[in-house]
Design a protein around this ligand. Sequence first.
Ligand code: NAP
Length: 478
Amino acid sequence: MSEEVKPESVSLYSVSAAATPEQEAVCIFGTGDLGRSLGQRLLQSGYRLVYGSRRPHSCGPIPPGAQVMSHEIAARSASLVFVCVHREHYDFLETLAPHLKGKVLVDVSNNLKKNMYPEANAEFLQRLIPGAHVVKAFNTLSAWALQNGPSDANRQVYLCGNSLEAKQAVAEIATKLGFNVQDRGSLSAARELEDFPLQLFPEWRLPMRLTIGLTAFFFFYLLIRDVIFAYVNQGKDNSFRIMVSLANKVFPIVSLILLSLCYLPGVIAAFLQLYRGTKYKRFPDWLDRWMLCRKQLGLIALALASLHVLYTLIIPIRYYVRFRLAANTISQIKENKTSVFDTTMGWRTDSYYSMGILGFGLYLLLGIASLPSVSNALSWREFSFIQSKLGYLTLFFCTFHTYLYGWDKFLFISSFKWYTPPGYMLCLVVPSVVLLLKLLLLLPCVDKSLTRIRQGWERTDPEDDSKKSLLAKDCQKL
Ligand code: NAP
């Protein structure tokens, strides 16, 4: 068996694997949930199946057509053994070491949490049975997924191992079972594969924390300004506003900030590249992490913008709004007064709504384009046109929508209750900064330098150059 260490993912599907399965024997240790589901699939794919069990005569139900034997006899009847037993019970395998020599052992185990043991389960198994060829595989699939056949989310079988032939044997089985195989390299990758099923939306964590933090901050900020202020200063109970008015302020505020946070790291990265004069230096870790969660930030921003749209649509049917309208009309009738149509107000509200609608329309387009089925159908240029150019346009429309909402209220001292600016003014800070910085980057001289850097050009440091030439002279003298 040849030793092989290849970190990149390679499809191990071979043409021979597509052929009709022969009655090849495969062994499974353990008649538990995974052992049973895997066994059923193996039988359906035409394999002869032998179970190795502690209690061959009294084990639980097994798929019809399979045989159950002691571990020792079962191990002898096949060259490939799936170990469907929890790692804590691996000790019994040590006694079987002579019977497992030269065989392929497939470790399917997972742990309850990360770093539970000093070494990966598969490496532990390899240490217990040094004569066997251990392959880590199938651990990212659930017994349920195996029973029901591969669905889109469960099409991959990741595997790793030190022997290419052993991996090839496991890959052929996985392919016959209908899975796509991804080779993750040598057995040292087993820890990474064992951590896969423990991950819970890792790329959503930072965006969710940010969303919760911003939502909580703006909720309390607006509660103080809109409800507590009115109660303290005018003795008015505005608490009913929490349900719709406050929510309809918090959601768009957080949405706009999150949308601008999608574009801020790109702008920071561009300025960093300009400052360094090269694209070949790594970005700081925090910037890398930030850039990696832009899609999630954008999707949350879209969800909040959609809520804002829904809350806005119900404004005309709100009791509070209908009451105010009726009261206003009645008072005009009583006073025999008619208010004059204000064209400026007409322009203001129409432009405000129009910008909001355009912004939301583009928001939806960005969200749709980020769906894998859509983005996979786009070329890189098309994708970056939508996410970058149209993305900035979305940010512009939404920011302009908020400026129009504020109109001249920015100048009124009465807007600053308890010396605090309204929420929409606060939320304009980040998007305005992002748009301003982007505008700077679009200046022809800046854009030209950035494009050159992104095409691989590097600014040489004159100090470095003089050092290099001195070094060259020294070398020549020697
Ligand atoms: P399970 O239902 O508890 O079955 C484990 C089997 O191991 C038992 O049925 C038993 O079979 C055998 N066993 C129990 N104690 C033993 C001992 N002291 N010595 C020897 N054999 C013993 O567990 P499972 O859900 O099938 O999981 C099996 C392995 O697959 C685990 O490592 C798990 O992490 C991994 N896995 C499970 C799933 C899943 O969806 N269930 C998904 C991915 C990976 P006998 O009575 O026949 O000996």
